[in-house]
Design a protein around this ligand. Structure first.
Ligand code: GDP
Ligand code: MG
Length: 219
């Protein structure tokens, strides 16, 4: 509709990172399909879901990537982060260790984008496959301008980053206070929000903060 009028369309890659079992896959399935799964099952393979949102009358496709159960330190490949314009860094408010890991995830995110823009000489077969797959998917989407737009954004501006304290429904076994979350977010220059994928609290808001911030960054 609008996109034909304006001739513009946007494709934003957003990654979801954080320790295992903090609720990354459920946040994504809640946002993309309004589904929640009580059973823990590790995500198999790199997965992404595309969600269309309208911002200022423009159609934006948010391509949101979920880890392949690669949450161990440095196990997430650089291909996962490649081209990402936004990141949700998720912890579980009922497990402090997942909050303690936030700084490590931020380092990994920063390191990966630096590595990418420096050189990509160390590309493994796995990474190569992932990147080919990624670019194929991007080509299949009719978003011809998005590559330019991504590059511009990646070179010129910061990745939109949001700290997400998930499982806020577990108030009775809370292990990380709202204040602590806010304070880390402030010192690292991140947005902050608490969510519950289970009770559908703030999930849409969290993803849309990221999408709007990316939109602002590039326009
Ligand atoms: P991932 O490993 O980070 O992808 O985490 P999952 O999405 O697989 O979730 C791990 C476990 O936490 C599962 O048993 C989910 O049912 C549960 N879970 C996810 N989100 C929430 C939430 O908001 N509240 C509660 N109480 N449990 C959640
Ligand atoms: Mg998962």
């Amino acid at each position: 509709m609008g996109e034909e009028d304006s001739g513009e369309e946007y494709l934003f890659k957003i990654v979801v990172i954080g320790d295992s079992a903090v609720g990354k896959s459920n946040l994504l399935s809640r946002y993309a399909r309004n589904e929640f799964d009580l059973n823990t099952k590790a995500t198999v393979g790199v997965e992404f879901q595309t969600v269309c949102v309208e911002i200022n009358g423009k159609e934006v496709k948010a391509q949101i990537w979920d880890t392949a159960g690669q949450e161990r330190f440095r196990a997430v490949t650089s291909a996962y982060y490649r081209g990402a314009l936004g990141a949700l860094i998720v912890y579980d408010i009922s497990r402090r260790t997942t909050f303690d890991s936030v700084s490590r995830w931020l380092e990994e995110l920063n390191r990966s984008s630096e590595d990418f823009w420096k050189s990509d000489g160390s590309t493994s077969v796995g990474n190569l496959l992932l990147s080919v797959l990624g670019s194929l998917c991007q080509q299949l989407l009719p978003a011809l301008d998005s590559a330019n737009c991504m590059c511009k954004a990646h070179c010129d501006t910061a990745v939109a980053r949001i700290l997400v304290g998930n499982k806020c429904d577990l108030e009775d076994i809370r292990d990380v206070s709202v204040e602590e979350g806010k304070s880390v977010a402030e010192s690292e220059g991140l947005f902050f929000i608490e969510t519950s994928a289970l009770d559908s609290i703030n999930v849409k808001v969290a993803f849309e903060i990221a999408i709007k911030e990316i939109y602002n960054n590039i326009s």
